[in-house]
Design a protein around this ligand. Structure first.
Ligand SMILES: *Cc1c(COP(=O)(O)O)cnc(C)c1O
Length: 428
């Protein structure tokens, strides 16, 4: 494939945008090479500036559950834009999408809309702290909750007591309030809680991890976490920015039949426009300004275009009772085909899958947490990634990401993908 125009555009971009991108993982830093510049997309396909077509497995990192330029979303936005793009006053559509979201998601009475998943998680933690009057939080190594300071933390030398900043600019003071736990290891969480008794406001988790590749929770892990939180008066925060409206109408809470206390949303809830949200029961949510004293605000929050896109998206999802079965079947089909292709050529791998999330880890052993994900062979991943790109298949340019399956993918698309995996497997 030719990438001439993408390469030229990247050179221009680098002059005026740090690294040429507005979000780091777009830069191909971990796989090498030059990023592809997107020009347009429709359904299962994205087209680049050189006219190449790709079967898209990133889908804007999740939002496009029903495919690109999904007509009901496009129509809703086009209709709305003619009426003005922002007012800084309440609008009816905010109540409509809030009502629909609250009816779909278990255990929530109210929802507040923001502009990104980062904002949702940041605000959820503030609310948890304000509500409980406690300051420390527990997060899991390898889970991503956006780029706010409290989450840019890695395990420190005294991992059982506190974390360290993993980005310059994050203060030690902030880091000491974030404790790092091991995903799928309930004894580790329990030890952290016991070492910090009475000080922990919330445990925040991706109920199915997608930011260290796809890692589902082990059998009773979420249930055990729920019990631990109840025992110690700690709020359980599900970061469903990726899983919300993707794994089921009610997200991971519905799928695993576990209620969280605060739930964060992003990605799908905005139908491809910049939207995040967080939701909880009245008892918690009423602590938020202007009802309560926990402050949170946004000039463009609940923006009418974003709400129109989100409402159209959620309405389509809510009205389609077969959607999640179809998505899971397509993902299972892809899983089987890829596994067979890789096994035929003895490529060491482990595939994790849940619903419409799937990743190929080039690792020998089970991948259950950050450490086991990090054991994957990155050199193999790089070759695989570039092989796929060259075959016209766009997956995330990092081994630590899930693939996002959309309803727009046909079985022909999946077969084409599997045949590509087979050809690439021969070269790995
Ligand atoms: C993408 C993501 C975020 C951050 O959302 P942004 O909209 O990129 O700020 C937070 N949590 C999870 C689980 C995510 O996947």
């Amino acid at each position: 494939m030719l990438y001439q125009r993408s390469s030229a555009l990247f050179i221009e971009a680098e002059k005026v945008i740090p690294g040429g991108v507005n979000s780091p993982v777009r830069a191909f830093k971990s796989v090498g090479g030059t990023p592809i510049f997107a020009k347009s997309a429709k359904g299962a396909y994205v087209y680049d500036e050189d006219g190449n077509r790709y079967i898209d497995y990133i889908n804007s990192w999740g939002p496009m559950l029903l495919g690109h330029a999904y007509e009901p979303v496009v129509d809703a936005v086009v209709e709305k834009v003619k009426q003005g793009t922002s007012f800084g006053m309440p609008t009816e559509i905010e109540t409509k999408i809030a009502g629909l979201a609250v009816s779909m998601v278990p255990n929530v009475d109210k929802i507040r809309f923001v502009n990104s998943g980062t904002e949702a998680c940041m605000s959820a933690v503030r609310l948890a702290r304000g509500y409980t009057g406690k300051e420390k939080i527990i997060k899991f190594a390898g889970c991503y909750h956006g780029h706010s300071d409290a989450f840019l933390i890695e395990a420190g030398s005294g991992a059982v007591t506190f974390g360290s900043p993993n980005s310059p600019g994050v203060t030690k003071g902030t880091a000491k309030d974030t404790l790092l736990a091991v995903y799928n290891d309930i004894d580790n969480v329990s030890a952290l809680i016991n070492a910090n008794k009475g000080e922990i406001a919330c445990v925040i988790i991706e109920p199915v991890a997608g930011n260290m590749g796809c890692i589902p929770p082990k059998n009773d892990f979420l249930k055990q976490l729920r019990n631990l939180c109840d025992e110690h008066d700690i709020l359980l925060v599900f970061d469903e920015v990726m899983t919300g409206f993707r794994l089921a109408k009610g997200g991971a809470q519905e799928l695993y039949r576990i209620n969280a206390d605060i739930i964060c949303f992003g990605k799908v809830i905005g139908g491809g426009l910049p939207v995040g949200a967080f939701a909880a029961r009245n008892e918690i949510m009423n602590h938020l300004a202007p009802l309560g004293s926990v402050y949170q605000a946004g000039t463009l929050s609940g923006n009418p275009l974003a709400m129109a896109a989100g409402l159209a998206m959620l309405t389509s999802i809510n009205n389609d009772n077969d959607l999640f079965d179809r998505l899971a079947e397509k993902t299972a089909y892809l899983h089987k085909g890829c596994a067979e292709a890789l096994n035929t050529y003895n490529v060491v791998h482990t595939i994790n899958r849940k619903g419409s999330m799937i990743s190929i880890h080039f690792a020998k052993d089970e991948v259950v947490d950050f450490d086991s994900a990090a054991k994957g062979n990155n050199a193999t991943f790089k070759s695989f990634f570039h092989g796929m790109l060259n075959e016209g298949i766009y997956i995330a340019p990092s081994a630590f990401e899930t693939w996002f399956i959309t309803d727009a993918l046909t079985y022909e698309d999946l077969d084409e993908t599997i045949r590509a995996v087979e050809r690439i497997a021969q070269t790995l």
